[in-house]
Ligand binder design. Structure first.
Ligand code: FEO
Length: 401
């Protein structure tokens, strides 16, 4: 049975939510599920903005048919060709034989790469700044390459000032009856997943997100309709500010996050000792993570949030503890930069983790490694405790600078 919500009188959300999928992109845990948003505009012409993932095809097709109410579908705008949004193009072409697929040259190329459908006479190619009139609504197309794939474009509907933003401004999390951001406690319940979504999916492409934000800054935006998560109809400036921080790699919070890998608890003990000393010195909201326990996507999100990052790691096979190595590689891949870093190593006979971590962090941009770094030999003792005390002082001085 159909399950839709009205965005405005003429625009209907016709997407669906998936709570069964364990891993988004078969990588990222989504315990709160995910929504795949699609929007249908009813005017003299009808236009659908993107489709959905195959997991919610059934309800999506029912939603579209119900909303069309026996009218034909004139246009399908494909803003993004990742399969979580384009799994139903072929089915729509069959169901709605008059439907034209609107996309740019890269979009059409990707449709041909992913599918074997006959597009002859069924496509409208658009360029940057092109527009298509539906009657009282007008769709304007702006390219946003690499937010998140190269073909991505966003569509701005100028009469109701709606930005159909593709993956931008999206988040993990199923829509539980809510559609708008002001129907949920976004900062309390959604922000951490929104940050995790952005930083892990689009985090690498900060400069491209900045370019898109600049392009959109001239538009008068009343509503943002992303492909995942709630529709934004208030606090748009707050959301833009988050995106500005994330895409400039500026920390949101002056805060300390301590990440440790530990086989038998001794490196963990060093991380806990530093956290306790910082807490004793008045530092609030310190975050401490076991890199073996916490999913790396959560760790990445915290590196985007916090200004000060401490890594505590044992030597392992003459290299770094594998979970920490993977985490640091992921940070590099996602372009993490502009952070102040503390290092703690542990080794029983070959304590070389600090040198190895410093080399990896040195490959990231504008990272400052604080002195002293800490060396623990097997277990925390008075001499290494003194180093932790000194690292605490260096972090405090940096926080207060
Ligand atoms: Fe939600 Fe890049 O797809």
């Amino acid at each position: 049975m159909y399950c839709t919500r009205n965005v405005t009188d003429c625009v209907t959300w016709v997407g669906g939510s998936d709570r069964r999928l364990a891993l988004f992109e078969n990588l990222f845990p989504i315990s709160r599920g995910v929504s795949y948003n699609s929007y249908l505009i009813m005017d003299e012409k009808t236009a659908l903005l993107d489709t959905v993932d195959s997991s919610v095809t059934r309800v999506f097709l029912e939603n579209v048919a119900h909303t069309l109410n026996d009218r034909s579908l004139d246009y399908l705008v494909v803003n993004h060709m990742e399969p979580d949004h384009c799994a139903n193009i072929e089915e729509l072409m069959v169901r709605y034989p008059e439907m034209q697929v609107i996309g740019n040259a890269k979009t059409i190329g990707m449709i041909k790469q992913f599918y074997d459908m006959d597009l002859e006479g069924r496509t409208i190619l658009v360029k940057e700044g092109d527009s298509i009139c539906l009657g009282s609504h007008t769709l304007n197309f702006y390219f946003a390459p690499m937010v998140h794939w190269p073909e991505v474009m966003v569509t701005y509907e100028s009469s109701e000032k709606i930005l159909f933003s593709a993956d931008a401004f999206g988040t993990f999390g199923a829509l539980n009856g809510a559609l708008f951001n002001d129907e949920v406690s976004f900062e309390r319940d959604w922000l951490s997943d929104a940050r995790r979504y952005y930083t892990n999916i689009v985090g690498k492409y900060g400069p491209q997100v900045q370019a898109a934000l600049k392009k959109l800054s001239g538009l008068d935006i009343a509503l943002i309709c992303p492909l995942h998560g709630p529709v934004w109809r208030s606090d748009v400036a707050w959301l833009m500010d988050k995106y500005n921080h994330w895409s400039l790699y500026e920390p949101e919070d002056k805060a300390v996050a301590i990440f440790y890998g530990s086989m038998y608890g001794n490196t963990e003990n060093a991380a806990e000792a530093l956290a306790a000393k910082l807490g004793e010195a008045g530092v609030k909201d310190i975050a401490v993570y076991d890199v073996s326990k916490t999913h790396v996507s959560d760790l990445i999100a915290e590196t985007f949030r916090c200004s000060h990052l401490v890594f505590a790691c044992p030597t392992y096979n003459a290299g770094l503890y594998p979970a920490m190595l993977n985490f640091l590689h992921d940070m590099k891949a996602l372009n993490v930069q502009k952070r102040t870093v503390g290092l703690i190593e542990n080794g029983t006979w070959a304590a070389t983790a600090n040198k190895q971590m410093a080399a990896l962090i040195g490959e990231m941009k504008n990272m400052e490694i604080l002195e002293p770094t800490v060396t623990v030999k097997s277990a925390l003792k008075e001499d290494s405790m003194a180093q932790i005390e000194a690292l605490k002082d260096a972090i405090l001085a940096s926080l207060n600078a």
